[in-house]
Design a binder for this molecule. Structure first.
Ligand code: NAP
Ligand code: MG
Length: 396
C-alpha cells in the first residue's frame, strides 16, 4: 500500500461520471493507495439539500489543501429542476469554484498513436488555456419587458460615477452585463507564459478587440504589457514566441496548422474551443483539464459532462461504453501533484503507472466505443466501461 501524507479535496458529481468515479476508485486506486481525501458531495441532490453551500466549501477545501479532484456535475436548468425537484436553480458548480479559485484552466488532449485526429494536418497536441474568471460566467442578465433605455452605471467607492447607454430598446428583449478584473487578466497572462515556457510551446492569445475595443482591448493590452515587462527575455531564452490575433483568424490558423502551441482563450472561447479540439483529437474523454489558481492551488477535472444519455441507459441495466479516461487522468493528475507537494515519490510513481496502464490498454486494442470507431487498426470489439477499467487494472 502506498501511503499519502496529506489529503486532497475529492469532489464527487453526477450521473454516469458519478458511477464511473466510484468504479475508478474501487478498481484502480484503493487496491494500491491508502487514499486520504476530504470528500465533498456535489451531486445535485446534495447541492440542493445544502442550498449549494457544499460547492463553495469544496472550493475552500481546494484552496486549503492545495489540490482537488472533481467529477463532472450537472449545471441545473429548468428541466433538471423538475427532474430533481430542486428548491432553486443553482449556478454552475464549475463557475462557482472557478470564481473562488480564479486562475486558468489548461486542457490538453491525451494522445494515443492509434487514434488519428480528424484534422489531418495536426501533428502535435494543441493545449488550450482557458481564463477561468468572469465574463458571462459571472454576469447579470435581465429580461427587458418593453421599450426603454438600458444603461451601464459605475458608482466608485469615492462617490464618482460613470455611465453609458447600452441600448435604446425599441421593444422587449434581453440585456447582459459582465466584467473582468485587471488582476485576474494579468494572472491569466502570467500563468500562460509560465506554462508556455515550461512546456516550450509558442503562445497565442486571441480575442475580438476590433469589435470590443475596451473589453477585449483591455485583455490584449494587459497580455502585451505582461509579455513586454516580465516575459520577453524569458520567452526568447526558451525559444518560444508570443503573438496576438483575432479569434476568427486564430480558428482558421488552428484548423490549417500542425498544432504544437498553447492557445490562450477568454473564458467562453476556451469552453467552446477546448471541446472542439478534444473532439477533433478523438473524444471529449481524451482530454486532461487542470485549473491553476494564482494562490498555487490546483484542481484536476474531466472537461466533459455527466454523459446524461449513457446514465439513463445504465439506469435501465445497460453496461454502457462510457470512456473513463478523463476521470482516470483527473485522479492521476491530483495524486501526482499531491506527491510533488508532499515529497512522496512512491505516490507520484503510482500516478505515472496508472496513466501508462490506461494508454497501454488502448494501444493494445482494449478501448471504449468512442475510440473504437476511430482507431487504426480497429479493435475486434468495443469494451464497456467495466471491461475497460478491468483491462487497465490488469496492466496496472
Ligand atoms: P456530455 O456529458 O459531455 O456528453 C455529450 C456527449 O458526448 C455524450 O452524449 C457522448 O456522446 C459524448 N461523451 C462525453 N463524454 C464521454 C465519455 N466519457 N465517453 C464517451 N462519450 C462521451 O454533455 P451533455 O450531455 O451536454 O451534458 C450532460 C450534463 O453534464 C449536463 O447537465 C451539463 O450541465 C453537465 N456538464 C458538466 C460539465 C462539468 O462538470 N465539467 C461539463 C459539461 C457539461 P454519445 O452520446 O454520442 O455517446
Ligand atoms: Mg464545456
Amino acid at each position: 500500500m502506498i501511503a499519502m501524507k496529506n489529503p486532497i479535496a475529492e469532489i464527487d458529481g453526477d450521473e454516469m461520471t458519478r458511477v464511473l468515479w466510484a468504479l475508478v476508485k474501487e478498481k484502480l486506486i484503493l487496491p494500491h493507495v491508502d487514499l486520504k481525501t476530504e470528500y465533498y458531495d456535489l451531486g445535485l441532490s446534495n447541492r440542493d439539500a445544502t442550498n449549494d453551500a457544499v460547492t463553495a466549501e469544496s472550493a475552500q477545501a481546494i484552496l486549503r489543501l492545495g489540490v482537488g479532484v472533481k467529477c463532472a456535475t450537472i449545471t441545473a436548468n429548468a428541466a433538471r429542476k423538475n427532474e430533481y425537484g430542486l428548491k432553486a436553480l443553482y449556478p454552475s458548480p464549475n463557475a462557482t469554484i472557478r470564481s473562488i479559485l480564479d486562475g486558468t484552466v489548461f486542457r490538453k488532449p491525451i494522445g494515443v498513436s492509434c487514434i488519428k485526429p480528424s484534422v489531418s494536418t495536426w501533428k502535435k497536441p494543441i493545449v488550450i488555456a482557458r481564463h477561468a474568471y468572469g465574463d458571462i460566467y459571472k454576469s447579470a442578465e435581465m429580461l427587458i419587458p418593453g421599450s426603454g433605455t438600458v444603461e451601464l452605471v459605475y458608482r466608485g467607492a469615492d462617490g464618482s460615477e460613470k455611465r453609458t447607454v447600452v441600448a435604446e430598446m425599441k421593444g422587449s428583449g434581453v440585456v447582459l452585463g459582465m466584467h473582468n478584473l485587471d488582476e485576474s487578466i494579468k494572472s491569466f497572462a502570467r500563468t500562460c507564459f509560465l506554462y508556455a515556457i515550461d512546456e516550450k510551446l509558442p503562445l497565442w492569445f486571441s480575442a475580438k478587440d476590433t469589435i470590443s475595443k475596451i473589453y477585449d482591448g483591455r485583455f490584449k493590452e494587459l497580455f502585451n504589457e505582461i509579455y513586454e515587462t516580465e516575459f520577453k527575455d524569458k520567452c526568447a531564452a526558451a525559444g518560444i514566441t508570443y503573438f496576438y490575433t483575432l479569434i476568427d483568424d486564430a480558428v482558421a490558423r488552428v484548423v490549417k496548422g500542425d498544432g504544437g502551441f498553447l492557445w490562450a482563450c477568454k473564458n467562453y472561447d476556451g469552453d467552446v474551443m477546448s471541446d472542439m479540439v478534444a473532439s477533433a483529437a478523438g473524444s471529449l474523454a481524451m482530454m486532461t483539464s487542470v485549473l491553476k489558481s494564482p494562490s498555487g492551488a490546483v484542481e484536476y477535472e474531466a472537461a466533459h459532462g455527466t454523459v446524461q444519455q449513457h446514465y439513463y441507459r445504465w439506469q435501465k441495466g445497460e453496461k454502457t461504453s462510457t470512456n473513463p479516461a478523463a476521470l482516470i487522468f483527473a485522479w492521476t493528475g491530483a495524486l501526482a501533484k499531491r506527491a510533488e507537494l508532499d515529497g512522496t515519490p512512491a505516490l507520484g510513481g503510482f500516478a505515472k503507472r496508472l496513466e501508462h496502464a490506461a494508454i497501454a490498454a488502448i494501444l493494445a486494442g482494449d478501448m471504449t466505443a468512442d475510440l473504437a470507431r476511430l482507431a487504426v487498426p480497429a479493435p475486434a470489439k468495443a469494451l464497456d466501461s467495466w471491461e475497460f477499467i478491468d483491462a487497465v487494472a490488469k496492466r496496472l
